[in-house]
Design a protein around this ligand. Sequence first.
Ligand code: UD1
Ligand code: CA
Length: 453
Amino acid sequence: MSTDLKVIILAAGQGTRMKSKVPKVLHKVLDKTMADCVIDSCLEAGADDICVVVGHQSMMVRKMIGDRVKYAFQKEQLGTGHAVMQAGDFIGDEGDVLILCGDTPLITSETIKEIRDFHIKNKNSATGVSFIAEDPVGYGRIIRDENGAFVKIVEQKDASPDELSVSEVNSGVYIFKADSLRKALEGLKNNNASGEYYLTDTLEAIMAAGGKTEVMKASDPNEFLGVNSKLDLCAATRILMKRINERHMLEGVTIINPENTYIGQDVVIEADTIILPGTSLKGRTRIGTDCIIGPNTEIISSEIKDGVTVRMSVLDNAYVDNFTTVGPFAYLRPGANIGEHVRIGDFVEIKNSNIDDGSKVSHLTYVGDSDVGKQVNFGCGTVTANYDGVSKYRTTIKDNAFIGCNTNLIAPVTVGEYAVTAAGSTINKDVPDHALSIARKRQVNIDEWARKK
Ligand code: UD1
Ligand code: CA
């Protein structure tokens, strides 16, 4: 895509109908905010000069979106046309400007390219995009003459009964020649039912000034679903889920129940992996081949290699190497770096720790800030005491060590190779290689004590 395409994304509105303290464009469809969905599709299409118009709770919106875009500020939300006016300096006088709404999260990069090609091929001054809506209520209606040529867009509130019966609606996506748009914005009025400056009126104005204006009918209405309420948000989520899950299935991933499997847009899964019901895969998660994931598992931005099983567990920014099993009911927190053929069992939490190949942490154990070697066995109920209330310290456990049940390891501390800690020990001094460490009181048996009692 040529570089003289600028993008403006409208995101200043509050979204009153969302009934939320969170600004509309920050609501998420699956794991991504609506604003980021739109921005990512533009970037994927090669349109990377983006200006987002913010207004309502602008600091929060800017913080969430970050510095990969430019911003314009709309102090008062006086309409979509007024919003674009605030980006006047960004528009400039040359090239084309693509305008999208921040509340239309399902648009794809392919469609953005298609619209751009249509606009260029037809040498338009303005190109709108429409679709046929099953339920057109709330959308602007596309009014055409008897030959099918575009005449104008009429908003719901301003439409006559005849106009309301039109099912071809405005998607809210447009491409303008920069100079045509600037001129049209200068003449924009707000004499309509809402008292707002409608961006939609610029199409009519550009045509009146002699600019070629067309409205392209898009084939997939699902891409233009505008989210105005939580009901719409749910509808958008269902559409996106279907789109993503079908893509993975066609690429060889088995999804047992796509209706309750939530896979984010940026997740990568290799063929022959099975995703069981109730699973959420989020962020930059990557999963290899021959894995079994789920049921009821949440994985956030983690990397999982091949042949791994994860059952009923939560993984957050973790790494799990080949043929390891996790769960049921394990919690791998950020910095959990798990080797090959490891077993992480039930009620085990691992944070900021390396667990090397072949080690077993089977049950009821907390491992934090630790470096664990190969073939280490943890007995049930081991705790690394890594925090003294002020600072955190590391625990080192070398290859082939055997940690007895209910051991406390008070960091900083090292357990040597092949060393053994006796069950119930509290270890606060290093244990040499091959040693047995018993750190508990000796058992005392008092004969006949119970009988006397
Ligand atoms: C708009 C269109 C309508 C179209 C529909 C598609 C206009 C006048 N109407 O209606 O024809 O069918 O989108 O979804 O353009 N915004 C601002 N500043 C404002 C007002 C809005 O930034 O002053 C932003 C909103 O944050 C939102 C977008 O523009 O992201 C669209 O605004 P919204 O109020 O949702 O417009 P619709 O009524 O849906
Ligand atoms: Ca809308």
